[in-house]
Write a protein that binds this ligand. Structure first.
Ligand SMILES: [Zn+2]
Length: 191
């Protein structure tokens, strides 16, 4: 699957929006990716994640982990394609943690996957959770890396699509300055 084919799937499902958006980080952007609109279709989720799994297979991991909620389906479907376990980490008092009795063998080779990498923060937090649980992160994967491939996780990365999307501080946002209302995707709140 080419990057264009993957992006077309996102466009076809209204999952790649263009305009003026408030990201969950508080930053503003001219593009917004809502993976849930694609991943709500299990067959498409399976197909995209098996493409991602093919890029990660050579790392010989034995388990996949992802940050909840956004990464849960990706973890599940990548793990299905590779025949591995699928775990997820959750925030507990601010820190990403493996809960629910999930455990890793000492040094267990682990893939950390995400739907979208923006700043890499939740991926890094999940990597830390894996390491605290005794695992060893051997690779990172995402359906879409919207950092333009600029985030260095210190392990091999893989993404189906790499995009360079500008994020703006709201105080210094050219879209705000142009008077275009900012939309918070997933809610009906406008600012
Ligand atoms: Zn703005």
């Amino acid at each position: 699957m080419t990057e264009d084919q993957v992006l077309q799937i996102f466009r076809d499902h209204g999952a790649l929006l263009e305009g003026h958006f408030i990201l969950s980080s508080g930053l503003h952007s001219d593009r917004y990716i809502q993976c849930a609109l694609v991943l709500q279709h299990p067959r498409i989720a399976e197909r995209l994640c098996s493409e991602l799994a093919a890029k990660l297979r050579h790392l010989d991991a034995s388990v996949v982990a992802a940050p909840a909620l956004g990464g849960v389906i990706v973890s599940h479907e990548v793990a299905r394609a590779l025949g591995l376990r699928a775990l997820f980490a959750e925030r507990q008092e601010g820190a990403m943690t493996l809960r629910r009795g999930f455990s890793l063998a000492p040094g267990e080779p682990t893939l950390v996957v995400e739907d979208v990498i923006t700043t890499g923060g939740s991926t890094r937090d999940t990597m830390a959770a894996v390491e605290r649980a005794g695992g060893k992160v051997v690779g990172v994967g995402a359906l879409i890396d919207r950092s333009g491939g600029t985030v260095d996780f210190g392990v091999p990365p893989a993404a189906l699509v790499t995009l360079s999307v500008q994020n703006y501080d709201p105080a210094n946002c050219p879209l705000c300055q142009s008077g275009l209302p900012a939309v918070k995707p997933g809610s009906r709140t406008k600012k």
